[in-house]
Design a protein around this ligand. Structure first.
Ligand code: SF4
Length: 852
């Protein structure tokens, strides 16, 4: 390798890395279209003997000649956003890890090797380059650096043992994904150049004279000689670290220990002693690093132009969102937040504009909550299995969708020590399979079975008289309903059997067993909540607890009591005033916005814009066509997301959010014990993403509200939340959680109310301070307030045209669609399995394992 050789190769890497490190700048396209470049470029490949180089150069030259500069710039930047920023369906991953491992995950083992090479050469990735150090442009620039510094041996080593190992695969992907001739030609040129260089390093010399011409071509471009992706100076590896935090993959929020090697998240495990996880994680939490490092992430702000996305600067994108917010009449900008990470900050901003807000709630367990949050102090009362003797489950699969891994472990332990678990479920779920007794039931008929069990308990005087008399409200009315005194329909086991398909004697037996056992409790979840009669069925199941006085008793549903923290707005800081949000279409008892009716709201002019944060209305609001149409009709829509989704595709602007592993929050929580949990910023925000709190602050500044959002460092707000409490932020950060109140049975006796005292929060409130058989809010709204079985509307019942009832369930490996970018989980469960009764399947000629 003589000096000229090294100089020429360095120029080639300089040229190629400039084309790949970002969008190709307009000025560079203009320079490449000049005769000086085109002539030398053409000459440089003549007689080089490598077809890929010749063909690649020819395609690039043709493309440069046949397009005007601006049009070509636009085509390329749209293609760049689609391929490299994950705005399109066929992404290209310019990262070594992806091509070496064959998995769409970045920051894997190849990065540690890469860092070793960097250290040997005395460089590191420049912090000004927002993309990853394993990006192809960085590796190309590193090769250029080694050649320019005359480091022949390291150059050979890196080229042969790192670069050559994956670049061909990258080129294949680029050629297959691009919509433009330019990138097609570039893919061929890069691969050809790599092959040519491999042979030259082995002594092949034909066509070496063409190198001079390439140098002339590159020189004509006047490329900036400074290194754009590398900085001089070697960086020592960071010490291994374990960060206490919490998992935010599902609502359980288990404590988690994040393990870092040289600053890279290499694994996660449970956080010892944490009340939610109890030191355990499920596969979703265990694969959190694959969520963080998924190659499918959004990496930079995107703006839609001519129906396609292009990269934008943060300033441009934030200005556009702020102007979009200002352009929509007050109260007509919808705000959908699919998660509640640090929600106090973004809710405050959108509440200031009187934005109608919705969350994932209407798609989740709304009817469950409606049944519980007015009757109790809790929307989802969780059984404490620690001392359980008898457990009844309806519409829930605790092993697959548990509210915390500690609870799952407790249930397993309870079964092991002989507690009886009875699961009513149309499907033999993981929990049903492990239960003492699985009772198949017709979908959406659980309410009838629960009412009949209440009937048996009341009829046989098996209820807890003391609890019913002193701690419940509306028992007499409920009793009349059960005995059929109102309408002549006795809610007997025989009546329920006809509806549910469960034998009457089974209903009676289970009811008696349940009432007579010592430590008992019953629970239900979304299996009941997501059907039209869910509120009434859930209330009927809860009435079993009410009759048997199991609330806060050993083995019963534990009453929540989490601490209320101070305001994040500290001394001298002011929270923005709120404006009331106008009412949108609603359903019966629930007073919130019903997103399923969004199209009628848009057509009626009640909604004209939408901000989507961490959610996909098109996928989750039920009627995909109507939701798509509604979003399309809106005047302005923006998404704040870590990954592209169906709804973000419809937006004018996308702001790339950091994942939950790159941002922090303080959250009071509860599972038997009351505690404060800390969610740590495990790694700094990757790419050009920003955490949601920062996005909110930046938007607020542009909307003239910056003074209400004064934090430069969000930890100042966390300190405010803990100021004047016995718990310090420093201690919380160090431990990951602080238990504020120990678990206790019969707390309500101490509180003298089912509701916790001042200073504590819960997820519901009983107006009577007792458990209500009569739902007071339903009563106020003129709806039937008592638990019962309600027959679903006729058009939702099976008929000859649609003979099946469709239900859904959650997979253990996934949290709805939010984990579909986690390759580890997709390998474990990469498709939705259809479950159907074997007899129905056989009648339809469907065999197990067949694709339908
Ligand atoms: S149950 Fe699994 S996904 Fe949910 S918080 Fe716990 S570890 Fe994370």
């Amino acid at each position: 390798m003589d000096d000229n050789y090294m100089k020429s190769r360095a120029k080639r890497y300089h040229f190629l890395s400039t084309l790949l490190r970002d969008e190709i700048p307009l000025e560079l396209i203009a320079a490449m279209q000049r005769e000086k470049f085109l002539e030398s470029f053409k000459e440089s490949v003549k007689g080089c003997g490598f077809l890929d180089i010749i063909n690649g150069a020819e395609v690039i030259t043709r493309c440069l000649k046949s397009n005007d500069t601006q049009s070509l710039f636009n085509y390329l930047r749209y293609d760049y956003a689609d391929m490299f920023l994950n705005a399109g369906p066929n992404p290209v991953f310019p990262y070594e890890s992806v091509h070496i491992t064959g998995e769409p995950v970045v920051m894997q083992d190849p990065v540690f090797e890469l860092r070793e090479f960097f250290r040997k050469a005395g460089v590191h990735k420049s912090p000004n380059f927002k993309d990853l150090e394993e990006h192809i442009a960085v590796e190309m620039e590193f090769l250029r650096y080694l050649l320019e510094k005359g480091n022949r041996d390291l150059y050979r080593d890196f080229f042969k043992n790192k670069y050559c190992k994956w670049v061909s695969s990258f080129c294949d992907q680029l050629a297959a994904s691009t919509k433009t001739d330019f990138y097609q030609g570039l893919a061929h040129f890069i691969r050809g150049a790599m092959m040519c260089e491999s042979l030259r390093l082995e002594g092949f010399s034909r066509g070496e004279e063409t190198v001079e011409e390439l140098m002339l071509a590159v020189d004509s471009l006047n490329l900036d000689p400074a290194y754009a992706t590398l900085a001089e100076g070697s960086e020592e590896p960071l010490p291994d670290k374990q960060v206490p935090t919490h998992c935010y993959t599902c609502g359980a929020l288990c404590g988690m220990t994040a393990k870092l090697k040289d600053g890279i998240l290499v694994g996660t495990s449970g956080l010892n002693g944490d009340p939610k996880g109890g030191g355990r994680l499920c596969p979703k939490g265990g694969s959190a690093a694959k969520h963080l490092y998924s190659a499918y992430r959004l990496k930079a702000p995107l703006i839609k132009e001519n129906g396609r996305f292009r990269k934008a600067s943060w300033d441009e994108a934030l200005d556009k969102v702020a102007n979009g917010i200002k352009s929509i009449e007050e109260g007509k900008l919808g705000y959908f937040r699919g998660n509640d990470f640090i929600n106090w900050i973004h809710e405050a901003l959108f509440a200031h504009f009187g934005c109608p807000k919705t969350t994932h709630r209407p798609m989740c367990d709304n009817s469950n909550r409606m049944a519980n949050e007015h009757n109790l102090c809790d929307k989802r009362p969780w059984i404490n299995y620690e001392d359980s003797d008898y457990i009844l489950h309806f519409g829930m699969n605790e092993f697959a969708s548990s509210y915390g891994q500690r609870k799952t472990a407790q249930l397993k332990a309870a079964i092991k020590r002989g507690a009886k678990l009875v699961v009513f479920d149309p499907r033999r779920s993981e929990t049903a399979a492990a239960a003492t007794e699985w009772i198949p039931i017709k979908p959406a008929t659980d309410g009838a079975v629960a009412m009949a069990m209440c009937y048996v308990i009341i009829k046989n005087n098996l209820y807890d008289r003391d609890f019913v008399e002193n701690w419940t409200h509306g028992f007499e009315e409920f009793k009349k309903r059960v005995l059929g005194d109102e309408d002549g329909i006795v809610r007997s086991p025989e009546w329920a059997s006809k509806i549910s398909g469960v034998p009457a004697e089974t209903i009676e037996r289970i009811a008696i067993e349940f009432a007579k056992s010592k430590n008992k409790g019953t629970a239900s979840w979304t299996g009941l909540a997501q059907v039209p009669n869910g509120m009434y069925s859930t209330a009927a199941i809860q009435a079993l607890n009410g009759l048997c006085g199991t609330f806060d008793a050993p083995g019963g549903p534990s009453l929540p009591f989490k601490r209320k923290l101070k305001s994040p707005w500290g001394d001298g800081q002011e929270k923005p005033p709120e404006k009331p949000a106008p009412k949108l279409d609603t359903f019966g008892i629930w007073s919130g916005w019903a997103p399923a009716l969004v199209l009628s709201d848009v057509k009626a002019g009640k909604l004209k814009g939408l901000i989507i944060y961490f959610g996909d209305p098109v996928l989750s609001w039920g009627n995909q066509q109507a939701t798509t149409k509604a979003i399309e009709l809106m005047e302005f829509k923006a998404a704040i997301e870590a990954y592209m989704c169906n709804s973000a595709l419809l937006c004018d602007v996308i702001l790339p959010d950091s994942t939950w592993l790159e941002q922090s929050q303080v959250k009071p929580d509860w599972l038997y014990e009351a505690f404060i949990g800390y969610f740590a910023e495990v790694v700094k925000p990757m790419y050009d993403t920003k955490p949601m709190w920062k996005i909110t602050v930046e938007l607020a500044k542009r909307l003239g509200l910056g003074h209400y959002f004064p934090w430069e460092d969000i930890e100042d707000a966390f300190r405010n939340q803990l100021q004047g409490t016995p718990w310090s932020f420093g201690e919380l950060k160090e431990k990951g959680f602080i238990i504020t109140d120990e678990a206790a049975y019969y707390k309500y006796k101490r509180w003298e109310s089912i509701n916790p005292p001042d200073g504590y929060g819960s997820s519901g409130k009983s107006k009577t301070g007792k458990y209500n058989f009569i739902n007071p809010v339903a009563q106020e709204k003129g709806l039937d307030p008592l638990p019962d079985y309600k027959e679903p509307a006729k058009d939702l019942m099976p008929d000859s045209e649609y003979p099946f009832v469709f239900g859904n369930f959650r997979l253990y490996e996934h949290e709805h669609s939010s984990t579909f970018n986690n390759y580890q989980l997709m390998k474990m469960a990469g498709t939705n399995t259809l479950w159907i009764n074997m007899l129905d399947a056989s009648e339809l000629g469907i065999n197990n394992g067949e694709k339908v």
